[in-house]
Design a protein around this ligand. Structure first.
Ligand code: SAM
Length: 342
C-alpha cells in the first residue's frame, strides 16, 4: 500500500493556521501518513501530535520544510490538487495503478501556487473546475483514491469513539500514569500500588513473549485489583470492573479486570458464590495473562505455581486450583517457557 504524504505549500502561520490544521486533520483521518508544511509552525505540530496521541494512528507532521527540494526528490507519484487540472474521476484510476508500487505525494496550496508545481507534478487534478477549499479537495481526492475504504480505518488512541445514535460514547485507554492516578483517586494504598505494578511488570513480560497486546495488558494489570479499594471479597473483580465502566474505560480493560480471579470462575460457581449468573472465565489472551500473572504474586513477591496451587488447595478449592494449573500450562506453552522460570 502506498504511503501518502501531503505537501502543503505557502502556509502562512498567522493567516492559515486553522485551515492548515484542517488540511492535516483531514489527511490523517483519510489515510495519509504524513504532512510536510513549508513554514515552521510549532503550534500546528503540537496540535496534530496531540490529536494523534489522543485518537491514535501514526500520522506525523514536519513543518519548516523546503517545498522545492521535497517535491523534487520525491521518488513516487506527485498529484497537485488544483481547480485547473484534469477531473479527478478521469485520472484517479491511473493514479491508483501507478501507486501500486510507489508512494504518493499530494500537493495542496495555501496561497497562489507557482508554475513549478504544475510542471513538477505527475498529475494536476481538479475536484470540479471551481474554486473550493483545499480541505474539501483533499478529502474528495483521497476518498476517490481509496474508493471509500478509508472511512472504515481503525485508529486506537487514548480516546476511542463508539458510534452512537445520540450523545457521545467515548472509551478511554489510559496511559500508565493515568492508571495509577485512577487507582489513587479510588483510594488505593501503597501495598495495592506495589502489587499492581509488580503484576503489571510480570504480565507485560509474558505478553512480550507471546505477541499479546502489551499496552492493554499493562493497563489491565495495573487496574486489575481496583475493586479491592471497596471490597476484598470474591466480588472484588466484578466491583472493580464496574468502577472502570463508570470511568468510561475501554471494554477490553473492564473485561480483563472482571475475569481476573484465579483462572476465572464459571457461571455455576459464580452463582454459588453469590455473584451474578455469568461466566467470569478469561477469554482473550490479554485476560488470561493478567489473571495468571496475578496468581503468581503474593503482594509484590513472586510465587511459584506450586505455591499458588497449594494456597488454593488449603482452602479446599481443588477445582479452581486445577484450572490455574491448566492456565499455567497453556501460557507456558505459547511462551515456550515455563512461566515459573521467568
Ligand atoms: N488562489 C490560489 C491559487 O490560485 O492557486 C488557491 C487558493 S485555494 C483556496 C487553496 C488550494 O485549494 C489550492 O492550491 C488547491 O490545492 C486547492 N483547490 C482549490 N480549489 C480546487 C479544486 N477545484 N480542485 C482541486 N483543488 C482545489
Amino acid at each position: 500500500m502506498a504511503r501518502i504524504i501531503i505537501l502543503r505549500i505557502n502556509h502562512r502561520p498567522f493567516r492559515d493556521k486553522r485551515i492548515t490544521t484542517h488540511v492535516a486533520l483531514t489527511a490523517r483521518a483519510f489515510g495519509a501518513s504524513e504532512i510536510l508544511v513549508d513554514s515552521e509552525d510549532s503550534e500546528l505540530e503540537e496540535t496534530l501530535n496531540k490529536v494523534s496521541e489522543n485518537f491514535g494512528g501514526d500520522f506525523s507532521i514536519r513543518t519548516g520544510v523546503k517545498w522545492k527540494p521535497e517535491l523534487g526528490k520525491f521518488p513516487g507519484v506527485k498529484v497537485h490538487l488544483t481547480m485547473y487540472g484534469l477531473p479527478v474521476s478521469d485520472v484517479v484510476g491511473q493514479i491508483r495503478k501507478e501507486t501500486a508500487s510507489k508512494d504518493l505525494m499530494v500537493i495542496v496550496g495555501a496561497s497562489k501556487v507557482p508554475p513549478e508545481v504544475y510542471d513538477g507534478s505527475s498529475f494536476n487534478v481538479s475536484v470540479t473546475n471551481q474554486p473550493i477549499s483545499e480541505v474539501s479537495a483533499l478529502a474528495i481526492f483521497l476518498d476517490r483514491y481509496f474508493q471509500g475504504e478509508e472511512l472504515g480505518a481503525k485508529f486506537q488512541g487514548r480516546l476511542n469513539i463508539r458510534p452512537a445514535a445520540s450523545g457521545k460514547n467515548v472509551k478511554v485507554l489510559p496511559r500508565d500514569d493515568e492508571c495509577i492516578r485512577i487507582l489513587i483517586d479510588h483510594g488505593a494504598d501503597d501495598r495495592l500500588l506495589k502489587h499492581s505494578r509488580a503484576v503489571r511488570d510480570f504480565a507485560v513480560g509474558i505478553a512480550a513473549r507471546c505477541n499479546a497486546d502489551q499496552k492493554l495488558v499493562s493497563m489491565g494489570a495495573l487496574l486489575h485489583d481496583i475493586g479491592r479499594t471497596r471490597t476484598n471479597g470474591t466480588d472484588h473483580a466484578l466491583v472493580g470492573s464496574q468502577l472502570l465502566e463508570e470511568e468510561n474505560l475501554d471494554e477490553r480493560i473492564v473485561m480483563i479486570v472482571q475475569r481476573h480471579s484465579g483462572a476465572g470462575i464459571p457461571k455455576e460457581e459464580a452463582i454459588k458464590l453469590g455473584l451474578p449468573e455469568i461466566d467470569f472465565i478469561p477469554e482473550t489472551l490479554e485476560e488470561k495473562i493478567v489473571a495468571h500473572a496475578d496468581n503468581l504474586f503474593a503482594g509484590d513477591r513472586r510465587i511459584t505455581l506450586a505455591h499458588c496451587v497449594e494456597n488454593y488447595r488449603k482452602k479446599g478449592l481443588d477445582i479452581p486450583a486445577e484450572r490455574i494449573v491448566e492456565l499455567h500450562r497453556y501460557l507456558s506453552g505459547i511462551c515456550n517457557i515455563d512461566l515459573d522460570l521467568i
